[in-house]
Design a protein around this ligand. Structure first.
Ligand code: NI
Length: 176
């Protein structure tokens, strides 16, 4: 059973907390959060969602890359649950590109992110996974990871001029 939960909106305290490490993924409470996280992401049609965004302050997130107008070469991937994730950059190279967030509707901003990272996490089966991520998927990972530390992408924006409305963003994408 799962429930689509309301997405916490910017200003909600839960988005500014450091989320707790998950101790036992088989605990009924954790299983409930995991099921609701999958259901809520699917319902919102997002490419990623972190547990604090459904008001569950635990270090869990899902990334689900798929191609879009902005990222036509983004890989299509099954929604992947990552528990207690961590990462390190594989180079100092960072690139600025557009991001949005289900917790901050109506705007988009350019955010610098590492282009190549090595990630560690526990998967839905409880296995430890180590993976290299690049490009868009690495960006989504870093965005969702920030939510676990009480950060949102606007905290990483270098200039207010890099923030635009969703309607202007859609115009830009149409021009591309
Ligand atoms: Ni977000």
């Amino acid at each position: 059973m799962s429930e689509v939960r309301i997405i916490a909106q910017l200003g909600a305290e839960v988005l500014r907390l450091r989320a707790h490490e998950v101790q036992d993924i088989n605990a009924p409470e954790m299983q409930e959060v995991i099921n609701d996280l999958f259901a809520s992401l699917a319902s919102a049609n997002g490419v990623g969602l972190a547990a604090p965004q459904i008001s569950a302050s635990w270090r869990m997130m899902i990334i689900a890359s798929r191609p879009s107008e902005r990222y036509p070469y983004a890989p299509e991937m099954e929604p992947t649950l990552m528990i207690n994730p961590s990462f390190e950059s594989l180079s100092d190279v960072r690139e600025k590109d557009w991001e949005g967030c289900l917790s901050i509707p109506g705007i988009r901003a350019k955010v610098p992110r590492f282009t190549q990272i090595k990630v560690n996490y526990i998967n839905a089966l409880g296995d430890a996974v180590i993976q290299d991520l690049v490009g868009f998927v690495a960006r989504v990972f870093q965005h969702e990871y920030d939510h676990l530390d009480g950060l949102v992408y606007l905290d990483r924006v270098e200039s207010n001029k890099d923030i635009i409305s969703e309607s202007e963003f859609l115009k830009l994408m149409a021009v591309d």
